[in-house]
Design a protein around this ligand. Sequence first.
Ligand SMILES: Nc1ncnc2c1ncn2[C@@H]1O[C@H](COP(=O)(O)OP(=O)(O)OP(=O)(O)O)[C@@H](O)[C@H]1O
Ligand SMILES: [Mg+2]
Length: 280
Amino acid sequence: MALLEIENFSFSYPRSEQPALREINLKVEKGEFIGITGPTGAGKSTLTYCLNGIIPHFLGGSYQGRISLGGTSIFDLSPAQISRLVGSVFQDPEAQLISPEVEQEVAFGPENLGLPPAEIGKRIGKALELAGIPGLRNRPTANLSGGEKQRVAIAAALAMLPEILVLDEPTSELDPLGTDEIFKVLDILNKEHGMTIIMVEQKTEQLAAYASRILVFNEGRIALEGEPRQVFVRRRELEEIGVRIPQVARLAGLLGRYEGCALPLTVEEGHLYLESILRG
Ligand SMILES: Nc1ncnc2c1ncn2[C@@H]1O[C@H](COP(=O)(O)OP(=O)(O)OP(=O)(O)O)[C@@H](O)[C@H]1O
Ligand SMILES: [Mg+2]
């Protein structure tokens, strides 16, 4: 059984004429790193709200189809139950931290579960270590960098021991350094700890390098899906939808000479690719 299964799922916001999600079908196995991209209004955030309980509990609306996590229909779970299964990280690092200190922030979820203090202490230590920020434990949250704040948000989610981590454009307000920090943490969580990750992200360069599967959303549907190389080779369709292709892949596409060898996606692969062309 897949960890997450979405079957013929459609969703409309209250009072809206067009569905925001249309007949989504998706199976996610444990340990996958799913990258979701697509133009504005495509329904990417709406999907994340359906996974973390914001829909239906806080935004309402109507839906058809089914979303199940570990075999349980997610819409039958309370917000508290969902918060143990799905960890969420949002776009704005400022808006999601609610405590004055890092330790309190990470303790917040486990405290709400009513866990004993020793267990909470253990979870805080482990979560901070996994997020790569053990040294920030006693820092005030206010003066952290954007990348550090987002890693605190990741640690706070991990302290609940979720089955799956859902992130909605967590790097959009970060500089390149902060962005790299987040991707490196996610990569280690995924590869070394088997964490299942669903990440909405516009930075296709990094998605191509780290995600195991890419979903391109357009007008509420999954328009393209596959391993990064299978998706980013479809240059014309992506340009029509309005998705930025990793620059190296775009260059190779324009040169039109990657038959026989795989489409390069990363800078390293681009080097090898150019060398092979220049040698003829
Ligand atoms: N709370 C809401 N109430 C009503 N309609 C909404 C609400 N949130 C989003 N929508 C609509 O649902 C559709 C999908 O929006 P969504 O925010 O999921 O897109 P997105 O792919 O995340 O876009 P972006 O890249 O801009 O974040 C859009 O047409 C949007 O206007
Ligand atoms: Mg969005």
